[in-house]
Design a protein around this ligand. Sequence first.
Ligand code: FES
Length: 57
Amino acid sequence: MKCSHQANSLVPTKNGFFCNAHGSSFTLEGKVKNPPATGNLKEYKLEITADTVNVMV
Ligand code: FES
């Protein structure tokens, strides 16, 4: 949930993610929609079981 521009925390919206530092926005899949960010959001693999979700870093 960190912006790829300068690592500000992102705000989730119904259409994706918004950075209120400089106005970048991202799709729900983490692709850049509006600059100044030029890189997509970092992706992590998940391991999901019946009762846990592990983020693989
Ligand atoms: S830190 Fe997000 S747009 Fe600059």
